[in-house]
Design a protein around this ligand. Structure first.
Ligand code: NIG
Ligand code: FE
Length: 399
């Protein structure tokens, strides 16, 4: 819990604010200090005019940015699918079929085993500068296993997402309609108390995933239960996911690997409402073409970056890795990638108290062992990013 004290952080060589106060969305400030109090930013200004504080940290010229917001992650799973990854590197295609392997292992795990796995993954993220993570269910796929997945996730983050519609599990393979009834009925009822969001794997290119009509039924049932909407769309090929997300006013449509001109136009007209969340760790881990971030940015779409950390398509928890991929492979500038991984991803969670550094925002900060945000992609693979741990700031569920 917060001890109520204040902390002065000085020696910030570069402060990435993302606060909208300058023409450059990054809102860079140099040679500044800030004061954090009770988990919030209380003051920002020149170090020479800093108010007194209970503690003092001198960062010696390091860069500080908003803690990364990882708005798409599937952390509640047991088991290992490294062999599936190796097979893909040898030429196998990904079609979602391996999800069943993780479902079996997750169902077999005890609550304590599952909790320990999720906690370790969240801690791994925090060590790399991620201060908010969205966690999905989706490897339980029974009423009880989805509810417990979300119960465990909710111990660690307020951004929990019910993904009973991840795939049709093997036990319902012969009766998709019955599984849909379960997902939109008793499973939703059991999951909703622990979930802020609902998501669906809308993907005509996988026999395991859900069609447009099935996805619409899932999302509208979730909306009626008071959940916000998110969509896995256009991952394996062109599909209806983006249009459906925009039609229903979803907060985010994630993957966006294969987009038509109409999809880009729809996302452009929905800017500020429906964010295109790009997950380049997936393209890396499935040997797929990367989404065209440049096209989306040039069309004025809202763009976020996230890891999609999961046992199948990307078992990386690293936002710096995602930023480096976005810069090298997707045509984003280093600044655009940092913005998408902080303020952009916060927008995908409809949050204004994170992903930016301004007075009143949460004091969720990342610090780099480097003088500027450029180093995140310039020094790819080097662990320069970490969460700036401040006294009194670990009082909420985090990251
Ligand atoms: O976001 N596409 C659906 N779900 C995950 C992969 C899940 C898995 O393969 O275990 C994704 O890529
Ligand atoms: Fe995903």
């Amino acid at each position: 819990m917060s001890d109520g004290g204040s902390t002065l952080v000085s020696g910030i060589g570069e402060l990435v604010t993302c606060d909208g106060s300058t023409a450059d969305p990054l809102g860079l400030r140099h040679d500044v200090a800030l004061v954090a109090q009770e988990g919030r930013i209380a003051w920002i200004g020149a170090g020479s005019s800093a108010p007194a504080a209970d503690r003092h940290i001198d960062l010696g010229g390091r860069a500080v940015l908003p803690g990364f917001v990882d708005s798409h992650a599937h952390l509640v799973f047991a088991g290992d699918r490294a062999q599936e990854f190796a097979a893909r590197m040898a030429g196998e295609r990904y079609d979602g079929g391996g999800i069943g392997v993780s479902v079996a292992a997750t169902r077999a795990a005890t609550d304590d085993e599952l909790r320990a796995l999720v906690r370790a993954r969240v801690a791994e993220m925090r060590e790399q500068g991620t201060t908010t993570v969205e966690i999905k269910s989706g490897y339980g796929l029974t009423v009880d296993d989805e509810a417990r997945s979300l119960r465990i996730a909710a111990e660690l983050t307020p951004e929990t997402t019910y993904l009973g519609a991840h795939v049709v599990p093997a036990d319902y393979a012969g009766d998709r309609a019955a599984y849909l009834d379960l997902v939109t009925g008793p499973m939703l009822e059991a999951a909703a108390p622990y979930a802020r969001w609902i998501d669906v794997f809308c993907e005509p290119h996988s026999a395991h995933a859900f069609t447009e009509d099935e996805s619409r039924a899932v999302l509208t049932a979730g909306r009626d239960a008071g959940l916000g909407l998110r969509v896995h769309g256009n991952q394996l090929g062109p599909g209806p996911g983006v249009q459906l997300a925009v039609e229903l006013g979803a907060a985010s449509v994630d993957h966006c690997t294969y987009l038509s001109r109409a999809d880009v136009e729809a996302l452009s007209s929905a800017a500020g409402t429906t964010v295109a969340t790009l997950l380049p760790g997936v393209e890396f881990s499935t040997r797929s073409p990367y989404p065209d971030a440049r096209r989306l940015l040039d069309a004025g779409c809202s763009v976020a970056l996230a890891t999609d950390c999961n046992p199948g398509t990307c078992y990386s928890s690293s936002m710096p890795f995602v930023i480096a991929l976005a810069v090298r492979e997707m045509g984003m500038t280093p600044g655009e990638a940092v913005y998408a991984a902080t303020a952009g991803s916060a927008m995908a969670l409809r949050r204004r108290d994170i992903g930016r550094i301004e007075v009143g925002a949460r004091a969720d900060l990342a610090v780099l062992d480097a003088p500027s945000h450029l180093h995140l992609s310039y020094r790819a693979g080097v662990p320069i990013a970490r969460t700036l741990e401040l006294p009194g700031l670990t009082d909420s569920k985090g990251p």
